[in-house]
Design a protein. Structure first.
Length: 399
């Protein structure tokens, strides 16, 4: 099939063949069936397995009220996902800042006792670096442009979500969360939901743990992985009597931004650390990798959906397959992304070229991921677990 490039209208799954694109105006599709056309900036092979929801984006910043008067919801992104009382729930990250006034740059932080403060700089001040829309650097000191908290939205159909009246708002608390809390993974172990999320403050970026059984009362367990660490996903079953977590420490000199595995007797104290997966020079995950939500048990191993990014901050999704009984053994891994920023809402936004997931639901062979697109809006997509497994390449021990 030869066709001229169309404006992107819709993305479908390409489960039966690869789509070959060139940087000219035509492409050849190995799949016999007629498929909608994907645009891609360079002459790369795309093997995007995702079936994006037609309703995407399913949630935008304007769909949620700010936490306090005077704030604006700038981004709605990166939800944790769980089932509770026969509904699908998203624990969304709400990133806020005050309405920006011309010539000024302002952003909120929390005091350790929970009061909201707004810091303001002259945008023309030479000590101010605004080159990354996510970070403000002033005189060598880093802040975030927005302050994030977590909110609960529920749905009967997994597509249309609303914030129930009276539902809890989870704010940063204490001196380790003064720049907010972000990107929460929700793992259910026995009857308890465990929330692992990014804690941000001027002390650094680490992983916090809170737990709940009813989504009303929460137990704060404090920081379980100290800076610099994020992207922590708990396995939802014990293995050989121990709890396991994937996490992502960052090592600035030797090493890098790699996925690690840790073991614990109680979910609070972690040890026996092992490094599972490096970023890979020349690949789609060349600069950093980080776990998505809880690993999925399959008959051939634990399937972990993870994000990988290049130095240019293009965030795609891939997968790792871990041994069922010895989860520190990586059996297979994606050589090409299973999903990459192709739709306009993934390519452009607050921080474009980003697909980031930290929440999913599994039903038989169906995996539904919920994800932040371009750090701006929330979207969803379906995968066949078998298709993901079939796309992986054996690692033969390589990290
Ligand atoms: C980091 C995290 C995410 C964010 C991506 C892309 O990995 O802070 O919250 O979505 O960057 O900006």
């Amino acid at each position: 099939m030869i066709s001229s490039v169309n404006p992107f209208r819709e993305v479908w799954a390409f489960t039966e063949g690869y789509l070959w694109l060139s940087n000219t105006v035509s492409f050849r599709c190995k799949t016999a069936r007629e498929r909608p056309i994907l645009q891609h900036p360079k002459g790369l092979m795309i093997n995007d397995l995702a079936q994006r929801f037609r309703e995407n984006p399913i949630l935008r910043p304007q769909d949620i009220r700010p936490s306090v008067e005077g704030m604006e919801v700038t981004c709605l992104l990166n939800p944790g996902v769980f089932r509770f009382e026969d509904k699908t729930w998203l624990l969304v990250r709400v990133a806020e800042r005050p309405a920006q006034v011309p010539g000024k740059t302002s952003f909120p932080i929390l005091s350790p006792d929970g009061h909201l403060e707004v810091l303001e700089f002259n945008s023309s001040d030479p000590r101010l670096d605004l080159s990354d829309p996510r970070v403000i650097t002033f005189d060598g000191r880093d802040y975030l442009t927005t302050l994030s908290h977590l909110r609960l939205l529920s749905s009967e159909d997994g597509i249309h979500f609303k914030e129930p009246a009276q539902s809890r708002v989870l704010m940063g608390a204490g001196e380790l969360e003064t720049y907010g809390i972000e990107d929460c993974r929700v793992s259910k172990i026995d009857r308890t939901y465990y929330l692992t999320y990014t804690q941000v403050s001027d002390n650094g970026v680490g992983v916090g743990l809170r737990s709940t059984r009813d989504w009303n009362e929460f137990v704060q367990e404090g920081m379980i992985f100290p800076p610099h660490n994020k992207d922590c996903a708990l396995f939802e079953e014990r293995i050989g009597g121990s709890y396991y977590a994937l996490h992502r420490p960052s090592s600035p000199e030797l090493g890098g931004n790699y996925i690690w595995l840790a073991e614990s007797p109680d979910l609070v104290h972690w040890g026996r650390h092992r490094c599972l997966a490096h970023s890979r020079e020349g690949f789609w995950d060349s600069a950093r990798v980080g776990a998505g939500a809880a690993p999925i048990r399959t008959s051939v191993g634990w399937l972990e959906i993870y994000h990988g990014a290049t130095k240019e901050n293009r965030y795609c999704l891939g997968a790792l397959l871990l041994d069922l009984n010895e989860p520190w053994r990586v059996l297979a891994r994606s050589e090409t992304p299973i999903m990459e920023p192709l739709a306009p809402y993934e390519q452009e936004g607050f921080f474009g070229q980003v697909i980031f997931t930290n929440g999913h639901l599994v039903s038989g062979d169906h995996l539904t991921i919920y994800y932040g697109a371009a750090d701006s809006v929330i979207c969803a997509a379906r995968f066949s677990i078998q298709s993901i497994l079939a796309s992986l390449a054996p690692t033969a021990g390589a990290k």
